[in-house]
Design a protein around this ligand. Sequence first.
Ligand code: MF3
Ligand code: CO
Length: 249
Amino acid sequence: MPIILKSRDEVAIMREAGRILAEVREIVVDRLRPGLVEKELDEVARKEFKKRKVVPAFLGYLGYPATVCVSANDKIVHGIPGDRELMDGDIVSIDIGCIYKGFVADCAVTIGIGDVSPEAQRLIDVTREALNRGIGAARAGARLGEIGAAIQGYVEGEGFSVVREYVGHGVGRQMHEDPQVPNYGRPDSGPILKEGMVIAIEPMVNAGDWRTKRDSDNWTVRTLDGSLSAHFEHTLAIRDGEAEVLTLP
Ligand code: MF3
Ligand code: CO
């Protein structure tokens, strides 16, 4: 069942969950530089969550071993932060989630490290804009297919592809709730968005083919063809008929 925010209290808590998460995301992102070891990002996130008395949403989720996902270059999502050093020219997705007073928020950004190639930068920019277009299509009475169609139409028009095997989702009481929020599809398909619903929209965009493969750690998802991938995500609520983005500082 999707969460529907009912009381002012629930709205306030969900907003605070999103605000705190965005604040910690920004602190983590500020640490990104060539030579940084991925694991350090996890320590930063863990410490900052603790300071704010919120619970990491990913750590232990289905056995996931870290507080953030760090997915560089051909990694699409769910990269486990390890001993790898970030390098000049990398593009790195940071995915992060927290639980505040029982409510979950989830978001992600992709950042270029140092000097990135023009094509990698364009991939980042297109993916960020794809998320914005998806958010623009999210309103009370819209079908979820309108979000997917807006994202897919824009991304493919830019010559990139959208990942099919992983999708956005309802969020709020649990990290993954119904409905699924695909980044592709037809505008006349899917469930209808309702006032109070909370969803996470998260386009994953590949420079090459949309197909994916998984590493032997059973988490890290990569592009099948080795091409670069970018990922942006916001948690939003439908309020007064429109999308209110919650994961902003
Ligand atoms: N934001 C991710 C998602 O929606 C959550 C990471 S899953 C975890 O799929 F298992 F790594 F926590
Ligand atoms: Co998500």
